[in-house]
Every structure is written in structure tokens, then in C-alpha cells.
Design a protein around this ligand. Structure first.
Ligand SMILES: [Zn+2]
Length: 409
């Protein structure tokens, strides 16, 4: 199973992870909203305190135990004690599983025993009822208590999750308000692609081409990137830091100026990535395309493209763009595949000969005389690599299906 864990805040929801299960894509998203208790919330607060203390008790007991604790063992050790405290069966399970995960991550990080202060509880799907129509949530608490909460969110934000299946949730109290993160899952059956969209990311432009399955180019689009603008802000930041090499962190005005440029960079890049992701996915939907991207990890290994690519900006912006493309594609049940970009801008798509510069952004093949725009040539190569991959795949008995979406990192 390929899995990708990310936390991505898309204004309303958080994409938790997505993974491939055979040909199915499983998307996990969380809806995080403020929740207003209807009536008294004394029991809810009591529940959260009790829950926190119970997790702490389990943490204290299993801290330092060397043997591997299976769920069965945990159950035997803690179940009846937790039930005696007034918890429900699934509360108990959530508590010891959560305690165990806390201990494990503490052991692999700093090695200090976790001390819980915040009021937060994981609740199994059997212990709450969500009503999307009335936007209410009923939590089953200890000792048979119940708490009803109203979700404070615009209708359409919640509406998105109709038809998804919800599993657990986390309820929190920050001293002022209650917050819930409800986890949803959706299984996406991808559409069978009829065309292939190849995308080449460059410093100045994004080039996308759509090919039929037998290789005819039917669409070509070049879009400008805001890279130069981002770079200008980057240069400003560096200039300021150079002028105050030791003190920029401590002088408020200077720090603020740097933060301002940083914020501009963030806004420009997210804004662009969201818009491009949307545009690409819409076009891919129209043409029913599988979207082919270059694998950026491999790109770094190969050290392809020009110095501009790595040095000046790093790969973060390309990653952000790809992430938004993948996200928007997923929203539309489209497939995304990544290919090893080796040679996409140096090999002749016709004869695999070496390409050399032939004027501004034009390449020419030394062997067969092929001449082509640099970016379009790159997308032809991306398409070819994908086709090769696919035919290899089909020979192995997998019927012409795309080599699935995002790769595991
Ligand atoms: Zn050639």
C-alpha cells in the first residue's frame, strides 16, 4: 500500500493522508470546526479531564516496559480498570492505544516521559453521532452521560462530506472553546483515462500538453510562473540579513520587514499553486486525462535542469504546485502518475540522441535533426516515459492501468 502523509490546510479541511489500495484511492480528510455545547458542558469537561488523566495513568504504567505491547495485552492490562472509571468499551480502547502511541513517539524522540496537560480526547465512531442535516454532534461520555454540540461552520463546508464515511474524531477544549476534528474517509475509483496530460515545470513557465493514447498532441498550454516575483522578495530578505548579519533577529523593525517579505512569498506561492492546480485538474477532467508529473525526488538525485532550479528557489515551490495539482485531481477522481524525469530535457524524443541548444529555448537533435521547443520537447519525453512504463505494466498482466497516483516517500 502506497501511503502519503501530509497535513495540508485547504482553508476548510485538512487532507490527512491518501493511499492506494489496488486501483482504489483512499482519501482521508479532517473537518476541523468549533463546536458549541447545547446546554451545560460540565460533563463534557469532566469527561475530558477524566480522559486525560486515564491516558496519563496508562502512560505511567507502560513507560519503561521493554516488551512489545500488543492490543490484546493492553486490553488485558487496562480494560477493566478503565471501565470501572466509567468509560465505555471503545473509550477504553482509544485510551490505551493513544497512550501507547504517545509512549512510542516519546521513546523515539526525546526519551522523556509524556506529561499530558491539554484537554483532548479521541473518540471512536461508535461513541458519537453526527447529524449533517442539523449540524449537530452527540458525544457519548462516561457514566452514560451525553453531550450535544452544534458545529459552527458554514453549511457548504460540511456539505462536502456527505457520502463520505466518518471514523474517529478528536474533541478539544482550549480554555475558551471546544473544537472537534472529525475524520472522514472516501474511496475514489479513478476514471479510466482517455488522454495523457504531461506537465513540465520550469522556472519561468509551466508547460502542459495533452496527448491522445496513440500519441497525437491535441492541446498545448504554457503558463507563466511567479518565480521571478518570489525571487525578488527572497533577494530582499537576503539583503536585509546581510546588512544586519547578527542582529536581524533581534531588531523588531528589521525582523518585521523580513516577515513581510516572507508572507508575500507564502501568499504568492500558495495562491498560484491553488489556481494552477484547479486549472490543470479542470482541463484534465475535460479531456479525461491521466496527469503525468515529474518525480521531484528523482529530479534532485539527477540534478537535472539548470542551476536556477535548485539553487535559487529550491524545490519547495514545485512541490507545492504538484501537491495542489494532485489534490485537485483527486477531488475530480482523476489519476496522477509520476515518472522519473531523467533525460526529459536532454534526450531526443524521436531517436534518443543528444539534444543541444539551438537558439533561445529551442533544442536540436545531433543525430536525426529533430528541432523542438525546449518545454514542449520535455513534455513529449514525459509522455513517452509514461507510455513505456504503461506498456511494461500491461505486459505484467495489469490491464493498461496507470501506475497509480502519488508515490510513497
Ligand atoms: Zn533525434
Amino acid at each position: 500500500m502506497l501511503e502519503k502523509l501530509i497535513s495540508f490546510e485547504n482553508k476548510d479541511t485538512i487532507l490527512v493522508s491518501y493511499s492506494m489500495r489496488g486501483e482504489e484511492l483512499v482519501v482521508n480528510e479532517a473537518l476541523k470546526v468549533r463546536a458549541l455545547p447545547e446546554g451545560s458542558y460540565d460533563e463534557l469537561l469532566e469527561f475530558l479531564r477524566l480522559y486525560r488523566d486515564a491516558v496519563q495513568i496508562v502512560v505511567d504504567k507502560i513507560w519503561g516496559i521493554d516488551e512489545k505491547l500488543s492490543k490484546k495485552k493492553l486490553h488485558r492490562l487496562f480494560y477493566s480498570d478503565l471501565m470501572r472509571l466509567g468509560f465505555r468499551a471503545h473509550h477504553a480502547k482509544e485510551i490505551y492505544v493513544y497512550a501507547k502511541s504517545l509512549v512510542e513517539s516519546a521513546e523515539s524522540n526525546n526519551g522523556r516521559k509524556p506529561v499530558l496537560r491539554k484537554l483532548s480526547a479521541r473518540v471512536d465512531k461508535y461513541d458519537y453521532k453526527l447529524d449533517l442535516d442539523s449540524m449537530t454532534l452527540t458525544l457519548k461520555l462516561h457514566n452514560g452521560y451525553e453531550a450535544r454540540l452544534r458545529l459552527v461552520a458554514p453549511r457548504e463546508r460540511v456539505e462536502k462530506f456527505r457520502g463520505w464515511s466518518n471514523y474517529e474524531l478528536v474533541v478539544k477544549y482550549d480554555g475558551k472553546s471546544f473544537w472537534v476534528s472529525i475524520y472522514f474517509k472516501r474511496i475514489v475509483k479513478s476514471l479510466k483515462p482517455r488522454t495523457v496530460m504531461a506537465i513540465d515545470l520550469n522556472f519561468d513557465n509551466v508547460t502542459l500538453t495533452v496527448f491522445t493514447l496513440d500519441g497525437k498532441l491535441i492541446r498545448l498550454k504554457k503558463l507563466k510562473t511567479p518565480h521571478r516575483k518570489i525571487l525578488t522578495h527572497r533577494i530582499w530578505i537576503e539583503k536585509i540579513q546581510k546588512r544586519y548579519p547578527k542582529s536581524w533577529r533581534f531588531i523588531k523593525g528589521v525582523r518585521k520587514a523580513i516577515e513581510r517579505h516572507g508572507k508575500r512569498i507564502r501568499n504568492i506561492s500558495w495562491d498560484y499553486a491553488h489556481k494552477l492546480g484547479d486549472l490543470v485538474a479542470e482541463l484534465a477532467l475535460k479531456h479525461n486525462s491521466v496527469i503525468i508529473l515529474e518525480d521531484l525526488e528523482k529530479l534532485r538525485e539527477n540534478n537535472k535542469k539548470d542551476k536556477e532550479f535548485n539553487k535559487k528557489l529550491g524545490l519547495w515551490f514545485y512541490r507545492r504546485i504538484q501537491f495542489c495539482i494532485e489534490y485537485e485531481a483527486m477531488e475530480r477522481n482523476l489519476q496522477v502518475a509520476k515518472i522519473d524525469p531523467r533525460g526529459t530535457s536532454s534526450k531526443c524524443p524521436r531517436c534518443s540522441g543528444k539534444l543541444v541548444e539551438y537558439g533561445h529555448r529551442v533544442l536540436r537533435c545531433m543525430k536525426c535533426g529533430f528541432i523542438g521547443d525546449r518545454d514542449v520537447t520535455a513534455t513529449i519525453n514525459i509522455y513517452n516515459i509514461y507510455k513505456k512504463y504503461i506498456s511494461k505494466y500491461s505486459r505484467c498482466g495489469v490491464s493498461g492501468v496507470a501506475p497509480n497516483a502519488p508515490q510513497a516517500r
